[in-house]
Structures are given as structure tokens and as C-alpha cells.
Design a protein around this ligand. Structure first.
Ligand SMILES: [Ca+2]
Length: 515
């Protein structure tokens, strides 16, 4: 009973798409295949075996289309690959190699806005007679006077000026840009723009063979006052995508509370669960479940399931817009492990943010002086080896947080069974071998101990009991009543646990899964 349980190594992988663990990548920071310091598809292709070994079956790529911004959310050409990342040919090879390894690929598809250097917008700015004028949203000074400054800010934008003048001209029409003036909103009331979007989608899904899209800024397609138009837009969008590719996978970003999120599920049955990310971080940080994590999770997911039977939760802890997990947990790796363990044992399709698995750090709240802004602090180069020994190490920016001093490189962690990376790999493998964890329902365990988050996961006749001691002290719980049947330890994150009859002793910061 002292051994760190490893019944999982030879078990078949039951994580069938769209279930399974996903991995979000900022290509610029991942792996450099041509030696210019910027990540690209040659590099990413060469690192696919790393991702396969980690156990993921899906990759979400942050935007890859040509853009004048480092993060590439301001698109200037919808049918190509940014030259920083290589060629379309490189990308097709990458897709092919990913598919050979059983890994699907989804890309960010930014349709709320284009970059201001997109040819459509360059032309549209020429004046009301431009053929592309109606591709964007224009307002005359009188009609927009009361809404030039929107008072409300949102989670995903602190911009309050939504209307922007062309070249300082505040007399004529101004254009609408929800996030800022550098990314003008597309006019998705215009059928021509909708046709363009479908044409672009056909290109990526049919010709390039991506498996789906992550839809950025899904609740800003139309202005806030037109929420129901936003909901209806996504129903239309999904129907059209399924005509192009019947098994297309779509996941949306609606960064808001669950009440605001819910109406989007009819069009986008997979949406990122921001509330869960906050809740997991909270429990891991405090070392106690003071918020009732399982109830919180069940309340949201039961509510969403009542809206659509197709609901498929897209869970995550942190993404590219947020301070990194380990930084938020004040560098405490034990707590980071517990957060990861919660994510990887709860329902849904868990998304890891690249570098989480090696303990990368980055604080978005740090005052910034460099050109890129605070978001770049959470999008730093992945650390492959010390002293740039790995030729694929990216160096497009000088990292402030994640260096080979602050983060143990992947190469060092790879063969160390006690490393954070090995912890992730082992737990993902266990999840992949378990139908209850991968696609089962969740229910209360009935065990009420504040230091322990516990729940049952069930798929058909298979049932597992998951217990997380999120605290820094050893805790003993009683497995009585209905829980007596769980007597076979399948997974243990640590040595030192003990199951004696009804009593289960959980070491500090440990996860035990029983059948
Ligand atoms: Ca490169």
C-alpha cells in the first residue's frame, strides 16, 4: 500500500474525441524550427511527440493568421499563415503529423473584428463609397454621441471608448471597435461579411483540414444591447459550420458569469467555464473547500444541461489572458498540483495552458514597460532545456518570469518521476484510461471534511470515488455507507496513503481514486 499506485500504464486510452485533455498553445513561444527565435510550425511539428507523450488529444492554437500584432488577434489576411509561423505548407504538414498521432487541432477564429491593417478596413476608411464600407460598423457623430464612451467595462476589455475616428476626423463617421481602435468590429449584419466568414471557414475546414475553431469574443458580435442577436448568430454559425464539416468542433469564449453565458449554449454547446477556473484556484490556494466546489460545479453544469443536452463543458484553470496558475498560488507547487488534480478529475474537456505542466510562471498584474504589454508576461517562451541547449528554445522576447532559473526545464523534468511534468503525465494517463473520469457524471460523495474535495464519477456501471486532500496536513476520512464499496485504489498521487477497512488516510496534498 505504500507504493505510488500505477495500475494505469498499460490501460487502453478511452478518451475519444471530443472528450480527452486539450492543450492551448501560443505558437510564437513554443518551439522554433528555423533558428530565428520565434516559434513556428516546423518547431511545433517536431515537438508533437512531447504532446502525445503528455497524453493530450487536442491542440487549441491561438491565432495563426497574418497579423501586425505579436499575439495575432488582429487579423490582416484570413487565408494564410503568419510568416513568423512559417508557410501554409508547413501548417498542413503539422496538421497531418498531429492527426497521425491521434491529436486534433483547432485554431482561434477571430470574426468579431479584423486588424485595422486588413485590406478590407484600409479600403473602408476611404469613405462611404468604398465597396468595403459596410464590412464595418459606422456611426455619425449625432447618433453615437451618447455611446462614444460606454461606461461599463467587461472581463475581456477595459476599453470604454467604443467609437473611433479615422485619422483624427471626429466630424464625419466614426467606426465601432469594441476592444480598441486597432481592431474594428466587422459588421455581421451584412450578408456579404457573413458569406466571407463562411468562405474562410470552408478554406480552413475543408482545404487545410483543421478540426474546428475556438471562437474568440463570442458575446461581442453585436453590441451589448443586442444580446439576443448574439445568441441567434451562433445558432446560425454552427448550422453553417456543420454543413461544411458535420463533425466540426466549436468552443466559444464568453467571458462572463453563468447567467450571461447560458443563452450562448444553443449555438455553442462547448464554452469555457471561467467560473470553475476561479473556484479551483480558490480551493487550491486556501487549502480548504470553503466554497463547496462540487456543488458549485454541479449547479452550473445542471443549469447548462437544462438548456442543451449537447452541453460539453470546456474546463480550464488559466488561459493566455490570465496570470499563470503557479504565480497566483504564490509559487507553491503542492497547491499547483492540487489545482491540476481537481481539473483533471472533474467532468468536461480540460484545457491545459502551455507550460502549466512544467510550472511556468507569469504575472499579468506586474507593471510593464516593454512594448508588448502585460499579457506577454503570461505568454513567455516554453522552457525546454537550460542555457538554450535545445535549439528549438524560442527567444522572441526576453522573459521576465519564466527562465531556466525559475522553471525546471522540460528536459530535466522528463525522466524525474517526482517532477511536476511527471505528475501531469501520470494523472492524464489515468484519466485517459478511465471512462468515469473521461465522460462520466459527477455526484456528491457525502464526505464532509473541509480539507477534502471528494466526489463520485460514474459511467454506465463503472463508478469511481475521487478524494483530494487539498490541505497541508494528513487527513483521515471514513468510507462508510454507500462508500464502503470503494475498496480498490486505482490511482494515488503520493505514497503514504492507507486504506484500513472504512478508514482512508490521505497524506497532505494528495489525490486518491478508488473503485
Ligand atoms: Ca522560427
Amino acid at each position: 500500500m505504500a507504493l505510488s499506485s500505477c495500475k494505469t500504464e498499460e490501460q487502453p486510452n478511452v478518451a475519444q474525441w471530443p472528450y480527452g485533455v486539450k492543450y492551448e498553445i501560443f505558437v510564437m513561444s513554443f518551439a522554433d524550427g528555423d533558428g530565428n527565435g520565434k516559434g513556428d510550425f516546423k518547431g511545433l511539428t517536431a515537438k508533437l511527440d512531447y504532446l502525445k507523450d503528455l497524453g493530450i488529444n487536442g491542440i487549441w492554437l491561438m491565432p495563426i493568421m497574418p497579423s501586425d500584432t505579436y499575439h495575432k488577434y488582429h487579423v490582416t489576411d484570413y487565408k494564410n499563415i503568419d510568416p513568423d509561423y512559417g508557410s501554409l505548407g508547413d501548417f498542413k504538414i503539422f496538421i497531418d503529423e498531429a492527426h497521425k498521432r491521434g491529436i486534433k487541432v483547432i485554431t482561434d477564429f477571430v470574426i468579431n473584428h479584423t486588424g485595422n491593417l486588413h485590406p478590407w478596413f484600409i479600403d473602408a476608411q476611404k469613405g462611404p463609397n468604398s465597396a468595403y464600407r459596410d464590412y464595418y460598423v459606422w456611426g455619425k457623430k449625432d447618433s453615437i454621441r451618447n455611446q462614444i464612451y460606454k461606461k461599463a467595462v467587461s472581463f475581456d476589455s477595459d476599453n470604454i471608448r467604443k467609437w473611433h475616428p479615422v485619422n483624427g476626423d471626429t466630424v464625419s463617421e466614426q467606426y465601432y471597435g469594441y476592444f480598441n481602435g486597432l481592431c474594428p468590429d466587422l459588421n455581421l449584419d451584412n450578408p456579404k461579411v457573413k458569406d466571407e466568414i463562411l468562405d474562410i471557414a470552408k478554406f480552413w475546414l475543408n482545404e487545410v483540414k483543421v478540426d474546428g475553431f475556438r471562437m474568440d469574443a463570442a458575446r461581442h458580435i453585436f453590441m451589448d444591447e443586442r444580446a439576443s442577436d448574439n445568441h441567434a448568430f451562433w445558432v446560425w454559425f454552427r448550422q453553417e459550420m456543420e454543413k461544411i464539416k458535420p463533425d466540426v468542433y466549436l468552443v466559444g469564449e464568453v467571458w462572463s458569469d453563468s447567467k450571461t453565458v447560458a443563452p450562448y449554449l444553443k449555438g455553442l454547446p462547448s464554452l469555457f467555464n471561467f467560473d470553475l477556473g476561479y473556484a479551483i484556484t480558490n480551493v487550491a490556494y486556501s487549502g480548504k473547500d470553503t466554497i463547496g466546489l462540487v456543488k458549485k460545479y454541479k449547479d452550473i453544469s445542471d443549469y447548462y444541461k437544462s438548456i442543451t443536452t449537447e452541453y460539453l463543458d470546456a474546463t480550464f484553470i488559466k488561459n493566455h489572458d490570465q496570470t499563470r496558475l503557479l504565480t497566483e498560488l504564490k509559487g507553491d507547487q503542492n497547491k499547483a498540483r492540487m489545482a491540476a488534480a481537481l481539473l483533471l478529475t472533474l467532468p468536461g474537456t480540460p484545457y491545459l495552458y502551455y507550460g502549466e505542466e512544467i510550472g511556468m510562471v507569469g504575472d499579468k498584474l506586474k507593471t510593464y514597460e516593454d512594448f508588448f504589454g502585460p499579457d506577454a508576461y503570461v505568454r513567455e517562451p516554453f522552457i525546454w532545456d537550460t542555457d538554450k541547449k535545445d535549439p528549438m528554445q524560442t527567444s522572441w522576447e526576453k522573459p521576465e518570469f519564466s527562465t531556466d532559473k525559475s522553471v525546471t526545464p522540460e528536459t530535466t523534468q522528463r525522466n524525474d518521476p517526482a517532477s511536476l511534468l511527471s505528475f501531469y503525465r501520470k494523472l492524464i494517463r489515468y484519466r485517459n484510461s478511465s471512462q468515469p473520469l473521461t465522460q462520466g457524471s459527477i455526484d456528491y460523495s457525502g464526505i464532509a471534511v473541509a480539507e477534502v474535495v471528494s466526489f463520485k464519477r460514474k459511467f454506465e456501471a463503472k463508478e469511481e470515488l475521487v478524494l483530494h486532500n487539498v490541505s497541508d496536513v494528513e487527513v483521515t476520512v471514513k468510507l462508510n455507507g454507500d462508500n464502503e464499496k470503494f475498496n480498490d485504489v486505482q490511482y494515488a498521487s503520493k505514497e503514504g496513503y492507507q486504506l484500513n477497512g472504512e478508514e482512508l488516510k490521505l497524506p497532505a496534498y494528495s489525490t486518491i481514486i478508488l473503485r
